[in-house]
Design a protein. Structure first.
Lengths: 342, 255
């Protein structure tokens, strides 16, 4: 039994280690242009992992862009007005985002699926409108220039503004840490509880599970990390304004998560983001106007043939071409069912 | 002191009285049958006791403490567990996973310990899997442990529902029509399991099949239109005139 476990660990750890080593070497052979496509993909990946967790807890949030905006604005304002050093401001931005999620969640997570989706959608818009109108704080539609950090390690200075590579490693680091957190949540008892709630909340309640408590934990953790991702993103853009994180981004996060696979806590969302985000950005520069058609068409095709998401392809490769049990499909099925239920 | 006490409990849905002035006492160790025609309020009574509904009137005492108005998970954590008339299970999980999820109340490690995977937590997780497998074994479900609950035949799903409920470590177990839709064989086996359970925990058993209840339960309560019609030994209760009148097809009951 022990050897089986060790073999399983090696089977998953070694490819994972190779992927991480490969990921660390990427800036060595790609130019800045490629990195400009990859860095946002990594950050969307974090947001997608957050959304997937919330969806696995039984609710579909249409306002994740709002939490990225809160994280981004908080980080920017902390740096500009309060001189909070780089890194700490992003972290605090995430925490503020988490606090807002906690306060809103207590009221809103009780709501039935559709109502929760509508309220979170409205929330995202409210954040945007506040950002536009609170001119004294946010500079309204003109936005804020985000100060670029210069980190000196020893005598060596890393100028973030010049080298995209620095942002790449920062984003990669965030993805790895977030992936660890979301993965750990998923494989532990907490993940099991969350899956119970998503599957059959009434039964979960009668087995002693406090549904609201775990929904709130999932929501708060997800939105905290989403806020951190937002903070990193606005530093990467060197700009933060009301147009940076809008409703279409919330929808995009949902689409990327669904295409990647809602049945998977980490691999699915990251896969969805890493494939769709660069694809979308690339299509925008190459084929003006065709992007919605190709992008939308691709999404429809994937969801039609692979309701469990792209991650089911990875499953098949790992199990040597055998078809799965369809357990991954449960993610999307439950999410849709929760959305249309009371 | 009675384990479960209901005082003047009523439940109204609009102007419909699903339960009206229910008074009963269940003592620890009892095995009580709850019978009544369709629509008499048996499942509503379970829903009110387990916290799924709040009673419109009256008090409910469990272990001496008021429980009316508590959340279902709060009531369940005190050892009051119920099963469901329909097959309420985690449909997209295997039978083993269902019972493991049922063991939630047996876990003592808190969320932080679970997240960081402390040694105590990991030990507890191993014990839970073991416990779940024993539970499946007891109910004769070991062979289907890796089958998705959705794909199990009806009889197995009923048994699994019971297994999940027992996994939650009940002191008082409310069983709602455990053998409905089961074959004669499956029923007998299931009833034996329930008899064995009743040696260790207090059980209230709702069952349509009056013969089964009369044979198994030393005490029977009869409901009709939300009232208690009778409460006592099965032979006495079943020969009461008003009970016989409540049931159509009275010959079967009298036998």
């Amino acid at each position: 039994m022990q050897t089986l476990q060790i073999r399983y660990r090696l089977k998953t750890s070694i490819p994972l280690l190779l992927v991480i080593i490969f990921a660390c070497c990427v800036p060595l052979f790609t130019g800045n242009q490629a990195l400009t496509l990859i860095i946002p993909a990594l950050l969307w990946g974090v947001a997608c992992m957050g959304l997937t967790l919330i969806a696995r807890a039984g609710q579909v949030s249409m306002g994740q862009a709002g939490f990225m905006a809160i994280g981004a604005y908080s980080a920017t304002l902390l740096a500009l007005r309060v001189d909070v050093p780089f890194g700490l401001n992003i972290l605090l931005g995430g925490i503020i985002s988490g606090i807002v999620a906690f306060l809103i969640g207590r009221a809103v997570l009780r709501l039935g699926g559709m109502y929760f989706a509508i309220v979170t959608l409205a929330f995202g818009e409210v954040v945007r409108v506040i950002a536009i109108n609170a001119r004294n704080i946010t500079n309204g539609v003109y936005g804020l220039t985000v100060p670029q950090p210069q980190i000196s390690i020893g005598g060596y200075v890393i100028a973030f503004a010049v080298t995209k590579a620095a942002y790449y490693y920062l984003s990669l680091g965030l993805v790895i840490i977030a992936a660890l957190i979301f993965w750990r949540l998923d494989v532990s008892r907490l993940g099991r509880v969350v899956r119970s709630i998503s599957s059959t909340p009434e039964l979960s309640q009668h087995l002693g599970i406090h549904v609201m408590k775990y929904r709130l934990i999932a929501f708060t953790v997800a939105c905290t990390l989403t806020g951190v991702a937002g903070g990193v993103y606005c530093h990467f853009l060197a700009f933060m304004g009301p147009t940076v994180f809008v409703l279409s981004h919330s929808i995009l996060i949902l689409i990327m998560s669904a295409v990647g696979g809602l049945g998977s806590a980490v691999a699915g969302p990251i896969l969805g983001a890493m494939i769709l985000s660069p694809l979308g950005d690339y299509l925008r520069t190459v084929l003006v106007g065709a992007r919605p058609l190709i992008f939308g068409g691709l999404v429809v095709i994937v969801m039609f043939f692979l309701p469990g998401g792209l991650v089911t392809i990875v499953d098949r490769i790992r199990s040597g071409g055998r078809r799965g049990t369809g357990a991954r499909n449960a993610g999307l099925k439950n999410a849709v069912r929760n959305l249309v239920s009371k | 002191m009675a384990l479960l006490e209901l005082k003047n409990v009523s439940k109204f849905f609009g102007s419909l009285a699903a339960l009206k002035d229910i008074n009963l006492e269940i003592n620890q160790g009892e095995l009580v049958g709850l019978v009544g025609p369709n629509g008499s309020g048996k499942t509503t009574l379970f829903n009110v006791i387990s916290g799924f509904y709040h009673p419109s009137e009256g008090e409910i005492f469990y272990d001496g403490k008021r429980i009316a108005g508590l959340r279902p998970d709060q009531i369940a954590s005190r050892g009051l567990i119920r099963t469901f008339q329909s097959n309420v299970l985690f449909k997209d999980a295997t039978a083993l996973e269902n019972v493991i999820r049922g063991c939630y109340l047996r876990t003592k490690a808190n969320s932080w310990q679970a997240f960081f995977g402390t040694r105590g937590y990991r030990k507890e997780e191993k014990e839970i899997v073991q416990r779940a497998e024993e539970m499946l074994d007891f109910f004769g479900l070991s062979e289907v442990r890796d089958v998705l609950a959705d794909e199990l035949p009806h009889g197995h799903q009923r048994s699994l529902g019971l297994a999940v409920a027992v996994a939650a470590n009940p002191k008082l177990l409310l069983i709602d029509e455990p053998v409905s839709g089961m074959s004669e064989e499956e029923s007998t086996v299931a009833v034996d399991h329930i008899r064995e359970l009743a040696n260790r925990i207090t059980v209230i058993l709702v069952e349509h099949h009056v013969k089964t209840v009369v044979a198994v339960c030393p005490r029977v309560i009869v409901l009709n239109f939300g009232h208690t019609l009778a409460d006592g030994k099965p032979e006495e209760v079943m020969s009461q005139k008003n009970v016989i009148e409540a049931y159509l097809g009275t010959e079967e009951v009298v036998k």
